[in-house]
Design a protein around this ligand. Sequence first.
Ligand code: C5P
Length: 291
Amino acid sequence: MPAKVNLQLSVGPLRDDGYHDLVNVFHAVSLFDEVTAAESDRLSIRVVGDPAGQVPLDESNLAIRAARALAARAGRSYGAELVIRKSIPVAGGMAGGSADAAAALVACDRLWGLGLSREDLSDIAADLGSDVPFALLGGTAVGTGRGEMLTPLPVSGTFHWVFALADAGLSTPAVYRECDRLREAAGERAGWPALSEPLAHALRDGDPKSLGRALVNDLQPASIMLRRSLARTLDEGREQGALGALVSGSGPTCAFLAESAEHALDLSVSLRRVCHQVVSAYGPVPGAVVV
Ligand code: C5P
């Protein structure tokens, strides 16, 4: 199941339910977590490839919650032994938890022989988290509402990315709160967000230079306030010729758009000077699939 980077994250006003209305352009990239579901009497979870033990193994784990929600929809108490092989950074702003939840939905649906439609799975996904429906869908799509109402966007070709990963994650609610605080302090009122026309054109034309110029993330100033070192990382990528540089989602992963696969390789070598964990990936890629 793929990770995502947000190409446009425009944050509107705070709603009564504690969420913000967004225009959120998701782009699935070729960093994958793998989830397997095996028969079992009860529901259990194990994580491989998370040496720091950052993924929770209790009921707060999004994949466990996904399996429970699916069983509840089917009106039965099913069991499964879930194993997650992590490659997506944890709490990195790349929707790794959402990818695992989407994978658990698809895997358990198959294991239990439920045969739910993509629409039904997407409804369950939206209750689990704002980014989970996109992890099912993949590709490139604009999310409105709190990000869960999706419309696929036309894209030509492939874009090449480099991601600089941080040692520790950032809390998504804390970043949204900081965004509200910064706006209030500046006397700014959040406008109603709209899909960026230059961004949509750049995607449709497969034009990385225009896409680099159109990338935007309203959460970025808040993420930088909470993790000052991100400003330096972004500058380094720009100095090394990245076509665009931005914090991915609520961070702290920084995303850099390269001109080509070769340029991505050069960029990752340069970025390793300021960040010890750097990975390359391309997008768009499909969403959750059974392999
Ligand atoms: O939906 P999800 O559980 O991923 O959201 C995590 C947190 O991020 C929410 O509790 C909220 O604080 C913030 N959020 C938001 N507006 C959104 C999506 C998330 O304020 N559209």
